[in-house]
Design a protein around this ligand. Structure first.
Ligand code: AMP
Length: 220
């Protein structure tokens, strides 16, 4: 099935994990702006050098830079394939830039999934989250640890804690989310695209089921 989705929700709610699983299941392209930007930082490219400090502080990279990255990805993807925009848009301005890009490329969003979890849950999850530096697969040292310590099950890459998952930065990222990104919930509600997903369960399977239940309601 072809779905064209946007994922909203606070850091640590499980957007990335749910997006990875749904992409595999439905053959969608996951487009995570966070992963794209981290890979630029890792490579030390001019873009990576420009965004490193902002990312490490827990604030947002500027709207035009991120929107251009996404537009390029969507153009490469073509109009037949479905996608999940994981972590984009993050501001009302970005939502407008996405709309213009989608119009240009002849694409239409099917839904915005708001992946929701309480502050308590997300702080607990972020403190245990680690990620593969090579393929971006996400693990949690408590609930979904890799089979071998420090090594990715999928590609054998190195697993690390993200710089911005350290406690001092997490607080800033939650604040940034509430101030700049949460207004998008109302924005997509008005467009009749919003689906709220409860992602508070300890079991990643249960949260995934909640997301799938929302997708099954979309007419295809
Ligand atoms: P994430 O992996 O989605 O939590 O993103 C990690 C960091 O990358 C964020 O805290 C921002 O600094 C930056 N970032 C990712 N997506 C965006 C976006 N759509 N707009 C601005 N900055 C972003």
């Amino acid at each position: 099935m072809v779905f064209r989705l946007v994922f909203l929700g606070p850091p640590g709610a499980g957007k990335g994990t749910i997006a990875q699983r749904l992409s595999q299941k439905y053959g969608l392209q996951q487009i995570s702006t966070g992963d794209l930007l981290r890979s630029e930082v890792e490579k030390g490219s001019p873009l990576g050098k420009k965004v490193k400090a902002v990312m490490e502080s827990g604030e947002l990279v500027d709207d035009e830079t991120v929107a251009a990255l996404v537009e390029n990805r969507l153009r490469e993807l073509g109009s037949d394939k479905g996608f999940i925009l994981d972590g984009f848009p993050r501001t009302i301005k970005q939502a407008g830039l996405l709309e213009s890009a989608a119009k240009k490329l002849g694409l239409q969003l099917d839904a915005a999934l708001d992946i929701e979890a309480s502050d308590e849950t997300i702080i607990e999850r972020l403190s245990g989250r680690v990620q593969c530096t090579k393929c971006s697969k996400i693990y949690n040292l408590r609930s979904m640890p890799p089979k071998q310590e420090g090594k990715c099950d999928a590609c054998n890459g190195k697993i690390v804690q993200r710089e911005d998952d350290k406690p001092a930065v997490v607080k800033m990222r939650i604040e940034t989310y509430r101030k700049k990104t949460a207004p998008l919930i109302e924005y997509y509600k008005k467009k009749k695209l919003l689906q709220v997903i409860d992602a508070n369960a300890d079991s990643p399977e249960k949260n995934l089921q909640n997301a799938e239940a929302a997708l099954s309601k979309l007419k295809k």
